[in-house]
Structure formats: structure tokens, C-alpha cells
Design a protein around this ligand. Structure first.
Ligand code: CUA
Length: 192
């Protein structure tokens, strides 16, 4: 009895090869064209989309950044909340926020409509800056100082959630940003 064997090294039997059908070629053309559109959108969206922070980036020693944060806290501290300093820098200031397992230091008190340069870095591992309930997300990487130009456009008491798994206490890593309304501008021509 003869048993025919067929392995993967042999060509498939029958008329398996046919030139691509016209619709298949059209489909490949559309798919390729769409790939090119998406490819062009990546750099275009960086400049036009206004969603990628084009901030300041530079290398920094994690301990040096932490020391700078402590200096910033000492300079503008206005209170405490459960052991964490509350810091209120003046509009235009450089603001320092250090992420570490498992806290955001310090608590920031900012003014609506004022511009700040928010410096973010980590003392230990990767953390994720995620401002709730607003859709702002940023990677916080040890060894890098990311200076983001921010202008709070809503007042309130916001939470910073860590969105990068950083260890056993990751889910407890919640920070706080308080945004106050701008102080009322004194009207001119009142008292004489
Ligand atoms: Cu820090 Cu998760």
C-alpha cells in the first residue's frame, strides 16, 4: 500500500496561485493610502493638535530635583494637610512637584488663569501624572525634569492619580492640586 506524504516543504497541490483580483488590489491600495495618512498625522498632530506638551526637558539627578522641591516648599509654604506641605507659588513661578513611592510632594495651590512652569520628576521609579477629573496625563521619569507650561483654566480641588504601576502602594498614590479663582480686581474710580 502506498501512502502519499505531503510536508510543508512541498508546494500545495492544485491551482492555489492566482493573480490578485482587482478588488483585492484596490483594497491594498486603500489600506496603504490610509497608512500614509496616519503616518503623516503623527508629526502633524504634534504641532497642530495642541495635545503634546512641548515643554522643557533636561536631565537631572533625582536627589538634586528633590532638594530643589524642598527649597521650593520652604519658599512658598502656606500650610499643611496631614503632614504634607501646601505650597502657594506666585503666578509665573517655577513649580516643583516630586513623585515618589507613594506620594506626590507637595500639595500645590495655584491661581486660575495664571501661568506656571510645572516641573515634574520622580525620586525613584516611573510614575504617571494624571489629573482628575480632567484628562491630563504625563509620564514622570526619574532622572528627567519635565517643565510644562500650564495655565489652570478651572478652579477646584483636583486629585493627581498615579497611572503608572509603581509598586505595592500604587493605588494609594494620590496627590492634590487646589486651584483658586483669581482675586477680584479692585475697581478704579471708587473712593476719592
Ligand atoms: Cu506611582 Cu503608581
Amino acid at each position: 500500500m502506498h501512502t502519499e506524504t505531503h510536508t510543508g516543504l512541498d508546494s500545495p497541490r492544485g491551482n492555489w496561485w492566482k493573480p490578485a483580483h482587482k478588488t483585492e488590489k484596490v483594497w491594498v491600495g486603500i489600506a496603504f493610502g490610509w497608512c500614509m495618512v496616519l503616518f503623516a498625522m503623527m508629526p502633524l498632530w504634534h504641532w497642530k493638535g495642541g495635545q503634546n506638551p512641548s515643554g522643557i526637558r533636561r536631565r537631572v539627578e533625582p536627589t538634586a530635583f528633590f532638594a530643589r522641591t524642598e527649597e521650593f516648599i520652604k519658599q512658598y509654604k502656606v500650610g499643611d494637610d496631614r503632614g504634607l506641605p501646601i505650597v502657594q507659588p506666585p503666578p509665573g513661578a517655577d513649580v516643583y512637584l516630586t513623585a515618589m513611592a507613594f506620594q506626590w510632594r507637595p500639595i500645590l495651590k495655584l491661581q486660575k488663569g495664571a501661568q506656571y512652569t510645572l516641573h515634574l520628576s520622580s525620586l525613584d521609579v516611573n510614575h504617571g501624572f494624571s489629573l482628575f477629573p480632567i484628562n491630563v496625563n504625563f509620564q514622570v521619569v526619574p532622572g528627567y525634569d519635565y517643565g510644562l507650561r500650564v495655565r489652570p483654566n478651572a478652579s477646584g480641588d483636583f486629585r493627581i492619580m498615579c497611572n503608572e504601576f509603581c509598586g505595592i502602594g500604587h493605588h494609594t498614590m494620590v496627590g492634590r492640586v487646589i486651584v483658586d479663582d483669581a482675586p477680584a480686581v479692585a475697581t478704579t474710580g471708587g473712593a476719592r
